[in-house]
Design a protein around this ligand. Structure first.
Ligand SMILES: [Zn+2]
Ligand SMILES: [Zn+2]
Length: 339
C-alpha cells in the first residue's frame, strides 16, 4: 500500500509498497478515506513531539472497514467508520479509575504505532466508531479534534449567559467557538492574526472578533465584553504570549483553560498575585476522554460545521506540498490528506 513513513524526525518517505498491516484477532482494517493534517503531525515532523519511529503518522482519520479480526463482533466489511486514535492501556490506575486520558502510557495511533497517512490502517475494535450515512468522511475525520475540543469545553464549565473569549482561531479554536455557542454562552469572542480566520469565526457564530495584529487585546476585550473581562478564557494557541494574556483578560473569579499545546520545554513567568487576587481557576485540557461519541452525535445532528474549515486537500504523494502550505500559506485552515 501507499504510505508516508517517518524514519526519524524530518526524515520521511512516500512509499508505494509499504506492507498492509496484519490484523490481530480484535483489530479492524480500515481503508482510509481522509486523514486531517494536525499540528501534532507537524510537531513530529519537526522533532518537537516524541514519536516511536519508524512510524506512519496521521491520527485524524475516517474510512471504510476492509477486514476484521476473528474476535471482532461489531464491524464488518463495508461499514463506514471514524477512529479514536488514543488507544489507552486499560490497566493503569487512571484507566481503571475512569480517567483514560490520564493513562500512564496513552499509546496513540499515528504517534506510537502506524496511523492514517496510508491507504489502510489497523485499529483496535474498541477505538472504531460507526458513522451514520449523513456524516461525510470529511466530517468523520474531525471526530478526534472535535472530541478534544469537547473535553476543553467541558473543562471550561461554561454557564448559561457567560461571555467566552477564545484566543487563537486555528481549526480547533474554530471548533471551540462553535461549542461555546451551543453551550449557552452569551458572547463568544475570537482572536487571531489572520483575517481569513476571523471571517470564518464570525461565520461560525463568533459574536465579536479581535485582529491581534492591529488591536490591543485587553482594550478590545473591554470594548467587546466589558471592563472586568471574560467569564471564561480558552487559550487555543499554546504560546507564551497568549497564555500570559489569558490571565489578564479573564474576570475576577473567572475560569481559564489552557487548551493549546505548548512546547514541553516552554516555561513562562506569570504573576501568582494576579491568580490569588482574582481567585482564578487555571485548568488544563488533554485529549478526549469519553467524548468521541458526543463528537459524532454533534456532527450527525449538523450542530457543528467542520467541512467549511477544510481549505486544502492533498494526496499522499503531495505530502511535501501539504507541509509547505501548513507552514507558509496564510489562507490555510485545515488540510485534509486523501489516501
Ligand atoms: Zn490532531
Ligand atoms: Zn492506562
Amino acid at each position: 500500500m501507499r504510505a508516508i513513513t517517518f524514519k526519524e524526525k524530518g526524515e520521511y518517505k512516500y512509499r508505494k509498497a509499504y506492507p498492509v498491516p496484519e490484523l490481530g484477532e480484535r483489530d479492524v482494517l480500515i481503508d482510509i478515506s481522509q486523514c486531517g493534517l494536525c499540528g501534532t503531525d507537524v510537531h513530529i515532523y519537526k522533532g518537537e513531539f516524541v514519536a516511536d519511529f519508524p512510524v506512519v503518522i496521521g491520527h485524524e482519520f475516517s474510512g471504510t472497514v476492509e477486514g476484521v479480526g476473528e474476535k471482532v463482533d461489531n464491524f464488518e466489511q463495508g461499514d463506514r467508520v471514524a477512529v479514536n486514535p488514543n488507544t489507552v492501556c486499560n490497566k493503569c490506575e487512571f484507566c481503571r479509575a475512569g480517567k483514560e486520558n490520564l493513562c500512564v502510557t496513552l499509546p496513540g495511533l499515528g504517534v506510537n504505532s502506524d496511523g492514517g497517512f496510508s491507504e489502510y490502517a489497523k485499529v483496535p475494535e474498541r477505538c472504531v466508531y460507526s458513522i451514520p450515512d449523513s456524516v461525510s468522511f470529511t466530517s468523520a475525520a474531525f471526530v478526534e479534534p472535535l472530541s478534544c475540543a469537547i473535553n476543553g469545553i467541558n473543562n471550561a464549565s461554561i454557564e448559561k449567559g457567560d461571555d467566552v473569549l477564545v484566543l487563537g482561531s486555528g481549526p480547533t479554536g474554530l471548533l471551540l467557538v462553535q461549542l461555546a455557542n451551543i453551550s449557552g454562552a452569551a458572547k463568544v469572542v475570537s482572536s487571531a492574526k489572520r483575517v481569513k480566520r476571523l471571517e470564518m469565526a464570525r461565520r461560525l457564530g463568533a459574536t465579536g472578533t479581535i485582529n491581534v495584529t492591529e488591536r490591543n487585546l485587553k482594550e478590545s476585550v473591554e470594548n467587546l465584553i466589558g471592563k472586568s473581562g471574560a467569564d471564561v478564557v480558552i487559550e487555543a494557541v499554546g504560546a507564551e504570549k497568549t497564555m500570559k494574556q489569558s490571565l489578564q483578560v479573564v474576570r475576577p473569579g473567572g475560569h481559564v483553560v489552557w487548551f493549546g499545546v505548548a512546547s514541553p520545554e516552554l516555561e513562562i513567568p506569570i504573576k501568582p498575585f494576579e491568580v490569588y487576587r482574582k481567585e482564578l481557576t487555571i485548568q488544563g485540557s488533554f485529549v478526549n476522554p469519553y467524548s468521541t461519541k458526543d463528537a459524532l452525535d454533534l456532527l450527525a445532528e449538523g450542530k457543528i460545521d467542520v467541512e467549511d474549515l477544510v481549505t486544502h486537500r492533498f494526496g499522499l504523494e503531495q505530502f511535501d506540498r501539504a507541509i509547505e502550505v501548513y507552514s507558509n500559506d496564510d489562507s490555510r485552515i485545515k488540510i485534509m490528506m486523501e489516501p
